[in-house]
Write a protein that binds this ligand. Structure first.
Ligand code: DX5
Ligand code: ZN
Length: 223
């Protein structure tokens, strides 16, 4: 079966003083999606950017903006990101009081909805909501920082998530986030991922085009 693979650079590792240029550079270097990490110094111990910055980069690209909310509470900020041009809004189930309601809220705003699983979070959260999701995101690091090492147990979790997606019969993207590099992207794809977040591996490389091409070459044999 042929799968579409997508590469989603995380702006967390971009040069924030030149964020607009960084976004246009990675997209013209062959990336598919802009992964936009939102941290609140409450749900995770780090603080990044909000809807204003999403709105500022929106006109720079037609690529999907994939907003990864690491914030608590979730619902209050959903509408602001939808207005700021987010295409996908994903959140952590532990950060929402009412997971089904939050998914509904994201979809009512015309965005695709994603649920994010920390390394210790059970996939059982999918049991009653997979029919309403557009994306499942498996964290292969604990959320909060770029540049951490891939946690190998994410591979088995990706395989289980893939199994659940296939069983649902729906088109649901399966994204992996954390420690993805040229040398482990194929393993993540083999385990079931189709969308690959990479922050430090791309923005830290100095050669965005070369790194994205090397990632695609790893995926080509599997496609
Ligand atoms: C971590 C973020 C990731 C992070 C990935 O909380 O969700 O998107 O930026 O960075 P790397 O690819 O460097 O692990
Ligand atoms: Zn992320």
């Amino acid at each position: 079966m042929s799968r579409t693979f997508r590469i989603a650079p995380s702006i967390l590792s971009a040069d924030f003083a030149r964020l607009g240029e960084e976004v246009t550079s990675v997209i013209s270097a062959g990336a598919d999606i802009v992964h936009f990490d939102v941290m609140d110094n409450h749900y995770v111990p780090n603080l990044t950017v909000g809807p204003l910055v999403c709105n500022a980069i929106r006109p720079l690209t037609k690529a999907m903006i994939d907003v990864h909310l690491m914030v608590k509470p979730v619902d209050r900020i959903v509408g602001d990101f939808a207005k700021a041009g987010a295409d996908i809004i994903s959140f952590h189930p532990e950060a929402s009081e009412h997971v089904d309601r939050t998914i509904g809220l994201i979809r009512e705003h015309g965005c695709k909805a994603g649920l994010v699983f920390n390394p210790a979070t059970s996939l059982n959260w999918l049991d009653h909501v997979i029919d309403k999701l557009d994306l499942v995101l498996i964290m292969s690091v604990n959320p909060g920082f770029g540049g951490q090492s891939f946690i190998p147990s994410a591979l088995a979790k990706l395989t289980e998530a893939r199994r659940r997606i296939e069983a649902s019969g729906r088109e649901v993207m399966l994204e992996v986030d954390g420690g993805i590099k040229v040398d482990n992207i194929a393993a993540a794809a083999r385990a079931g991922a189709d969308t690959f977040v990479a922050g430090s591996a791309i923005f830290g490389s100095g050669d965005y085009r070369g790194t994205i091409a090397a990632m695609r070459a790893e995926l080509r044999v599997l496609g």
